[in-house]
Ligand binder design. Structure first.
Ligand SMILES: [Zn+2]
Length: 325
């Protein structure tokens, strides 16, 4: 079995332990840095916020998180390293890109329009640089490749990212984790990556809990890939009860070995701040790193899901995905 890259260096897959597979420490939407009213970027304060958010989860045995922030969402390796050191948890960071709508694309679009470079090739080279040499000057190597598509549509740029990540994933053995928008394009993502030659076991289609249709779930699972129910606590579009019921259905059908859990929580963001409207804030009251442990696992157990099944989703499946078993 191969080693898993964390922000503090490689570890053995057996040392991964209880893992949340899709979370964010510091993350920001592109453009905050152009807002003259953005708060100053205070790394020390952000580390304190992350520590406060993660510390209580250690009591539940949390040992590792996949930090799913791609390069164009203000991925901050220094914050991840400091939090990992101080809290003694493994943090696996990502190379990769976000959706066309919300990522940073002007530079590559301009190069490709002027025929300076081929987008798939340039993306691939960028991912490979980070995987083989490390991110920026940190020397930190990503443990996963992140890819994202938009709502009901895979744009040509997103298709280029899928192809480039597929190539990088095949060559390096790193797993591919994905963002799907509001429960759409999961089957299409899986098919495209598999058609490009990626082993389905090395793929985790993300945000699958955004769609409560069992038919949708099966159209992804039937392709042999892993999926993540990774937005527990985000009840803006879908209540957790529906997520939980869908999950219980899939566990009952025998898919325990292919499902992983997380919150897609964001511990801190940059910009000028501000309050969410009351009706939105109300749908996020449970959103934190601890919600699954405090509320979702007890609900699953009440429905008859066993400790072994929970162990599979939280420990064994992440170990297999990241460790390349
Ligand atoms: Zn995310």
């Amino acid at each position: 079995m191969k080693k898993i890259n964390t922000v503090l260096g490689p570890i053995s897959p057996e040392d991964l332990g209880l893992t949340l597979v899709h979370e964010h420490l510091a993350v920001s939407y592109a453009g905050w840095e152009c807002d003259p009213l953005s708060r100053p970027y205070n790394r020390e304060k952000m580390v304190r916020i992350c520590l406060r958010a993660l510390q209580p989860v250690k009591d539940y045995g949390l040992n590792s998180i996949i930090e799913a922030t791609p390069a164009d969402m203000n991925r901050d390796i220094d914050i991840m390293k400091e939090v990992s050191e101080k809290l003694q948890i493994n943090i696996i960071c990502s190379t990769g890109r976000y959706t066309e709508e919300l990522g940073k694309w002007a530079y590559l679009k301009q190069r490709s329009q002027n025929k300076i470079g081929d987008m798939v090739q340039e993306l691939y080279e960028g991912f490979m640089q980070e995987i083989t040499r490390g991110i920026d000057l940190s020397g930190v190597k990503p443990g996963v490749i992140k890819v994202a598509t938009g709502l009901n549509y895979i744009s040509p740029i997103e298709e280029a990212v899928l192809k480039a990540t597929a190539r990088a994933g095949k060559e390096t053995g790193l797993p591919l984790i994905t963002h799907t928008e509001n429960g759409t394009m999961g089957p299409e993502q899986a098919k495209l990556l598999i058609d490009e030659g990626v082993n389905p076991k090395r793929i985790m289609i993300g945000h699958m809990c955004g769609n409560s249709s069992l038919q949708y779930q099966l159209s992804v699972l039937s392709q042999g890939v892993n999926i993540s129910f990774d937005r527990f606590g985000i009840e803006l579009f879908l209540p957790d009860k529906v997520r939980t019921a869908t999950l219980i259905g899939l566990l009952g059908l025998g898919y325990t070995d292919r499902i992983m859990l997380s919150h897609d929580f964001m511990a801190c963001t940059s910009g000028r701040g501000g309050r969410l409207p009351e009706e939105v804030a109300r749908t996020l009251t449970n959103w934190s790193f601890i919600h699954i442990f405090r509320n979702i696992i007890p609900a699953l157990k009440q429905a008859g899901i066993t400790d072994e099944q929970i162990r599979a989703m939280m420990i064994d499946n992440p170990r297999r995905l990241l460790g390349g078993e």
